[in-house]
Design a protein. Structure first.
Length: 131
């Protein structure tokens, strides 16, 4: 789902329903492909979703300073089971990020919640294309 009420502002979201069959997983089967059995147990159901807002100015001073600024809010039910962690984990998470395109590269700086919603994580990423 994505709604763009203004040319520089977009609201978006996604919902999923993930469920596993009740049969045990046979990791020796010739058509076995992925190791999800490590965290998605037979017969479990998850309903993750996220909502976000994105500001992406096309011209002017704001465009000079950034390509986009976004915030996302997500919920992953039973997150601690999905991540197989003994640490306490909240089912809710958030991220606030700034991104700037420079030529064929993109810089991104993010603040996000860690295991608990009150934990603060910081990330910096540079992506580029070499030809």
């Amino acid at each position: 789902l994505s709604i763009q009420p203004f040319s520089i502002f977009r609201i978006y979201g996604e919902y999923a329903f993930i469920f596993t069959q009740d049969d045990p997983v046979d990791t020796k089967a010739k058509d076995y492909l992925a190791p999800e059995y490590k965290y998605l147990k037979p017969g479990e159901k998850y309903h993750p979703f996220y909502l976000g807002a994105d500001i992406a100015p096309k011209e002017g001073l704001l465009n000079t300073l950034m390509s986009s600024l976004y915030i996302e809010w997500e919920r992953i039910g039973d997150r601690q089971k999905v991540h197989i962690s003994k640490d306490k984990m909240d089912d809710w998470a958030w991220v606030f990020a700034w991104a700037k395109k420079v030529g064929k590269s993109k810089l991104q700086f993010s603040l996000y919640s860690g295991n608990e919603i009150s934990d603060l994580g910081i990330a910096f990423r540079l992506t580029t294309t070499f030809k």
